[in-house]
Design a protein around this ligand. Structure first.
Ligand SMILES: *[C@@H]1O[C@H](CO)[C@@H](O)[C@H](O)[C@H]1NC(C)=O
Length: 223
């Protein structure tokens, strides 16, 4: 009995380690929505996107349309949270992007302009580095952006395996911003296109003489 229990525990442990992670739940303020409520449902389970030219870099595999996904109302300046099924466990930066839909966000494919609103990067101390590998990530909608429907995208770039292809873990929420302003966010980028194989933050070896880091993508927009 005891040995069976240990084997079961080991098997479960192995399954957890080989699995990855998904940003599967969204929240606004203190309200936490159901799994995939307001978040486009991906069809690749918890696998990453690894091609820099793949349109799935926008909103993950299966996330090109949000026809069956609802839209969350969020006031400009409000806090929002992306929750995961389990904590991020691949080292690398976490970034938040937004893109305004030309009309209804439900039918927007993310081919327009994206701007970045936040980055979580490494901290360096006493010759070692640590990454913010959490169960959830919270930030605020910029106060000055125009009202309207947006894709709100979170990305974890796994650079845990230097020399191997980095991994993008992505989800997009569909939001309707109210109470905003008149500022056009900049700089903007296209996805794919925003990340290049030559980006220092894409090729960094986080285990060897790792003392500084430049997060891939455009600079962060703030109001
Ligand atoms: C977005 O918010 C505005 C203002 O409250 C509202 O008129 C509109 O119906 C909302 N759109 C969606 C898709 O919820």
């Amino acid at each position: 009995m005891k040995i069976t229990g240990i084997i079961a525990a080991l098997t479960l442990g192995a399954a957890e380690v080989s699995g990855h992670y998904i940003f599967q739940q969204f929240g606004v303020g203190s309200q936490k929505f159901a799994v995939y409520e307001h978040i486009r449902k991906n069809s690749n389970q918890n696998s990453p996107v690894t091609s820099l030219s793949d349109t799935n870099l926008r909103c993950n595999v299966g996330g090109a349309s949000g026809a069956s996904t609802t839209v969350a109302n969020v006031k400009a300046g409000d806090s929002f949270t992306f929750y995961l099924d389990q904590a991020v466990y691949h080292q690398g930066p976490i970034s938040l992007y937004m893109s305004k839909a030309p009309g209804s966000v439900k039918s927007y494919d993310g081919s327009g302009d994206w701007f970045k609103i936040y980055d979580w990067g490494p901290s360096f101390s006493g010759g070692s580095s640590s990454w913010p590998m959490r169960n959830s990530y919270q930030y605020n909608i910029p106060k000055c952006i125009p009202n309207g429907e947006y894709l709100l995208r979170i990305q974890s770039l796994g650079i845990h395996n230097p020399g191997s292809t980095p991994q993008f873990y992505i989800s997009c929420a569909q939001i309707n911003v109210t109470g905003g302003g008149n500022t056009s966010p900049s700089p903007t980028v296209k996805i794919p296109g925003a990340f290049k194989a030559s980006d220092p933050g894409y090729t960094a070896n986080i285990y060897n003489n790792f003392k500084s880091y430049v997060i891939p993508g455009p600079s962060v927009f703030s109001c």
